[in-house]
Design a protein. Structure first.
Length: 297
């Protein structure tokens, strides 16, 4: 790794953190992810517990809560502590609850949700704050079905200063039709321009805001320049394992991730076995440009 990367990793890994008093927080890697214990999410959280979960979320970006026994209302009630939930048109979901996305795979599956690096819903005008996936069933064989999560603050901070400055002048078009390539897409999918480098609305930290799941092109560049630059940025996530943590699911595990500063990748390595979970998504705001002078088309 070059010194830009090493400096960025060290800054994040060694940043001082205050201790927690009401929850236990065990980091998954020095730069992303933490397992939280000492909480029963089916019960209302006390004020300090909730404040510490909020802080752990902003510090770690991905939180893992194991051995939680939740019904749908309890799952949603926990998510609503962070904001209103996104409702999808009924024709786009498997089931009858517009706020609940069923994530399932079995021997009949031809594909699974989220099987490439992506961030949920970035083609929306106001992409989501975060997602909460509650996995009820892990593959019967006892292994497989992990999810990778990458830190997009670090992805930005690992770049050289001239590259960071260049990217801050740019935006990108995110297209909801990209995941449907090769399939019949539903009508009315969103297509939105967002800054390429955004500022996290709660921490003010900069993050790279592109993902191969939804980002189509950079309108300020020629098509070939745009493709080459996006390929470089997409590849960075796949090429640099230091950016990621890997969540090994257990039954009744809930994972809460921040869509403003992470990408994720569900690994479908367990065919023909089954996996089942339910996801809710918390509404967010229109992303803030890191460069406040950036004008979107
Ligand atoms: C997703 O939300 O992309 C699915 C993640 C997973 O199945 O682990």
């Amino acid at each position: 790794m070059d010194h830009f990367a090493l400096d960025a990793i060290e800054r994040i890994a060694a940043a001082p953190r205050a201790p927690y008093e009401t929850i236990e927080v065990a980091r998954l890697t020095p730069v992303i992810g933490a397992e939280i214990s000492g909480l029963d999410l089916a019960q209302p959280l006390l004020g300090q517990q909730l404040a510490e979960v909020r802080r752990a979320f902003l510090e770690n970006h991905v939180l893992v809560f194991r051995d939680q026994v939740l019904d749908v209302d309890q799952h949603k009630a926990f998510a609503r502590l962070f904001g209103p939930l996104r409702a999808l048109p009924l024709e786009d979901i498997d089931g009858d609850d517009p706020e609940l996305v069923v994530i399932k795979a079995n021997r009949h599956s031809k594909f699974v949700a989220g099987e490439t690096w992506h961030t949920d819903g970035t083609a929306d005008v106001a992409p989501s704050l975060g997602s909460m996936l509650y996995l009820k069933q892990t593959p019967e064989i006892g292994c497989g079905g992990d999810t990778l999560f990458a830190n997009m603050h670090l992805a930005y901070e690992m770049l050289s200063p001239p590259m960071r400055g260049f990217l801050e002048e740019l935006s990108a078009i995110h297209d909801g039709a990209i995941p449907w390539q090769g399939y019949e897409a539903p009508p009315g999918l969103p297509k939105t321009e967002h800054p390429l480098v955004i500022r996290h609305p709660q921490t003010g930290r900069k993050a790279l805001f592109v993902n191969s799941g939804f980002t189509a092109f950079i309108p300020q560049l020629s098509r070939s320049e745009s493709q080459a630059l996006l390929d470089l940025l997409f590849d960075q996530v796949a090429r640099e394992p230091i950016l990621s943590c890997r969540v090994r699911w257990t039954p009744n595990c809930l994972v809460f991730w921040d869509n403003r500063c992470t990408q994720h990748h569900a690994i479908w390595d367990y065919f023909p076995y089954s996996r089942y979970g339910e996801r809710v998504t918390i509404l967010g705001d229109r992303p803030l440009a890191a460069n406040e002078g950036l004008r979107l088309g």
